[in-house]
Design a protein around this ligand. Structure first.
Ligand code: 4AZ
Length: 232
């Protein structure tokens, strides 16, 4: 997170992080006790048994109170590793994350996309400057502006097509998600409306962060159908 501030996991209790082979790689959101919503690019080409999900921890350097293995990935068959269309994945956990009140809770996928120019919360352990290499040790958060669709498209005209499965958010030049925040939530009115996906650099005035638009038809259908299929 660029331009944000430190917070604690109790303020964002649905936020988890993913490790692959022991290394921090991405964020995610608990949408039920056994399912994490994240980005397809966080798991693409990898195996579930290389991953662990860490919940209830504010810091990367502490032992998380809840660590779970991943039973299965569900990635949209429409995911494109070239243009990040449909950058959404559901991670089915081997065991439930027990809900300790006030410590770990779930968040629902968004049904209606946030209106342009509304503000939404992003959070994660990603780098605090574009050129940093190390993630933040303590979880961070920022409020960012959801851009009207036309402003989003205009920002990336010349960099290929933005699809209806994407939305843009940032405070241009000041606040943005960045490397390591991928897979984590953009939260509006208590629901997860975006998944950190991609962008050109971080907090550049001309280039907002791009998020998977959870309420868009194709993304919402994929989430609903997958949850029904795996029995949630
Ligand atoms: C990344 O590399 C990344 N500014 C995540 C978010 C953004 C850019 C890059 C958006 O994971």
């Amino acid at each position: 997170i660029v331009g944000g501030k430190e917070t604690t996991i109790s303020e964002v209790p649905y936020l988890v992080y993913l490790r692959q082979s022991g290394n921090f790689i991405c964020g995610g959101s608990l949408i039920s006790t056994r399912v994490v919503l994240s980005a397809a690019h966080c798991v693409y080409g990898s195996q579930p048994d290389d991953y662990t999900i860490h919940a209830g921890a504010s810091r990367l350097d502490e032992d998380a109170p809840v660590v779970r293995n991943v039973a299965m990935f569900h990635t949209s068959p429409s995911y494109s590793a070239t243009n990040f269309d449909m950058d959404v994945a559901l991670l089915a956990l081997q065991e439930a994350v027990f809900l300790i009140p006030g410590q770990v809770t779930t968040i629902s996928p968004c049904r209606n996309p946030p209106e342009g120019n509304s503000y939404a919360r992003i959070s994660g352990w990603g780098v605090t400057r574009e050129n940093n290499r190390q993630p933040a040790e303590q979880v961070r958060t920022a409020m960012v502006r959801v851009l009207p669709g036309a402003e989003c498209k205009l920002s990336y005209s010349g960099y290929g097509q933005l699809s209806d499965s994407m939305l843009c958010a940032a405070v241009r030049g000041i606040r943005d998600s960045c490397s390591g925040d991928s897979g984590g939530p953009l939260v509006y009115r208590g629901q997860v409306c975006g998944i950190v996906s991609w962008g050109f650099g971080c907090a550049r005035p001309a280039f907002p962060g791009v998020y998977t638009n959870v309420a868009s038809g194709r993304v919402h259908d994929f989430i609903e159908q997958t949850l029904r299929r795996i029995g949630n």
